[in-house]
Design a protein around this ligand. Structure first.
Ligand code: ZN
Length: 441
């Protein structure tokens, strides 16, 4: 990473130019040369000019290198070195590529490719050719315990929790969103919260040197709502990173469907079976729920399933239809565009982004039209339907569940006073991506 672009730093040549201007510009001062004082020795360092380019859609790393007038041999040597750290074909649009030029010789001396906030490939040229190294932000792993009482809203309680005051605000917001995800089927935090409700949770997180969180997972959480305790324990039954949350009995706290396909949206039109009005001729049945949200807001698959269709469909504009187990069908309409990889036949997981809010088709403003249908085609009210339960801990994982759940629940009882920090192994997963990973992994 380049830091301050070096062309913004004063250079010896620059100062000489300033001196020249002063000399030419002030002839009435006579023959005396203006004093500029001794030159700072730092300015004598070989100046580097950094040119940062962001990968445009359809553009390749090789094209950028060619534009930097690297010969074929040099390009190959550089790409070979780069491949030791990352796949150049998997560089996303917008990837920052910093070309570091040696000003005096006008040649490229180094290239930094920022793969993510935590990983940069540094390419350096020496006598033998190009070499590469991966610069990784070091992180530590710790376990965070917090508890508190809610006065009015969970959001306010967690954000004002003194025990969390060392957490950056985005990380505290992440915790609240995470608790909302975990308990969404048990508690509606926007309506059911009562003064005096209590919460406790333990988060395992990876922390950067600047104190920000690279990734985190709620390991165990408890929310006591009007005297009724709800507990959720994270467990990965297949050991494939696709864990989920269970109650103390090993029953899933999740349902087969999310309660809504979009976060933080306002319901703008509810489900209704009203028939066509015989006289006014205007009242139509509304076989779904409309969620008003800004264009571009991510829309999530509410359950695991297979995409049946993703395309333009009349009044509903860009529509995604997903077939779920037991014959359920969900539909997402008026999308501005589809999510990555969303096409007929694609498998999707609960919480995966299927598209983005828009107003394609017949819509007066940006909103999502969301439908749930049974196997026989009957449209159900998504806000009223009894959502089928998620699967319990599978029998082959029960022994491990017994041990791990006991360990995690005990974290709630005895908060670790000074959790031992340890270094994280290997590169991280991206920081807290879509909602599924909060609740689902
Ligand atoms: Zn609608």
């Amino acid at each position: 990473m380049s830091g301050t672009p070096s062309f913004l730093r004063p250079s010896a040549a620059g100062l000489a130019a300033v001196a020249g201007v002063l000399f030419l510009g002030w002839p009435w001062l006579g023959r005396s040369v203006p004093e500029i004082g001794p030159l700072d020795p730092l300015l004598a360092a070989a100046p580097e000019r950094v040119e940062t380019i962001r990968l445009a859609p359809g553009q390749t790393f090789g094209e950028i290198l060619a534009r930097a007038s690297l010969s074929w041999e040099e390009q190959n040597s550089l790409l070979l070195a780069f491949r030791e750290q990352a796949n150049p074909r998997r560089m996303g649009v917008g990837t920052a590529i910093a070309l570091r030029w040696l000003v005096s010789e006008g040649r490229l001396r180094g290239v930094d490719v920022t793969l993510s906030r935590d990983e940069t490939v540094r390419l350096t040229k020496d006598e033998t050719g190009w070499t590469s190294e991966l610069l990784v932000t070091p992180v530590t792993v710790d376990t965070l315990y917090a508890e508190g009482t809610v006065e009015d809203a969970l959001w306010n309680a967690v954000l004002s929790n003194e025990g969390l005051s060392h957490l950056p605000a985005p990380d505290r917001a992440w915790v609240v969103a995470g608790l909302d995800q975990v308990f969404q089927w048990q508690i509606d935090f926007s309506r059911q919260v009562r003064a005096g409700d209590t919460y406790r949770f333990v988060v395992e997180r990876e922390v950067r040197p600047d104190g920000s969180m690279r990734s985190g997972r709620i390991l165990v959480a408890e929310y006591v709502n009007s005297g009724t305790p709800y507990r959720a324990v994270w467990f990965d039954p297949n050991g494939d990173g696709q864990g989920t949350y269970y109650d103390e009995e090993g029953k899933s706290v999740r349902r087969a469907f999310l309660t809504k396909p979009i976060e933080l949206a306002r319901i703008s039109s509810r489900f209704s079976n009203a028939r066509l009005h015989p006289i006014l001729n205007t009242v139509r049945a509304h076989r779904g729920v409309d969620f008003a949200a800004p264009t571009g807001t991510p829309v999530m698959a509410t359950g695991d399933g297979v995409v049946v269709s993703a395309g333009r469909q009349g009044d509903l504009g860009n529509l995604v239809e997903i077939r779920h187990p037991n014959g359920w069908l969900t539909r997402y309409g008026h999308l501005s565009r589809f999510g990555p990889g969303i096409r007929a036949g694609a498998r999707v997981r609960q919480g995966q982004i299927v598209g983005y809010v828009g107003m394609t088709g017949l819509a007066t403003g940006p909103h999502l039209h969301y439908e749930m249908r049974r196997r026989d085609g009957t449209a159900m009210d998504p806000l009223a339907v009894r959502l089928p339960p998620g699967d319990p801990v599978p029998s082959q994982a029960l022994a491990r569940w017994a041990q791990e759940s006991r360990e995690r629940l005990s974290l709630l009882e005895r908060p670790p006073k000074a959790p031992p920090a340890r270094m994280a192994q290997g590169p991280a997963s991206p920081p807290v991506p879509e909602t599924a990973s909060r609740g689902g992994r």
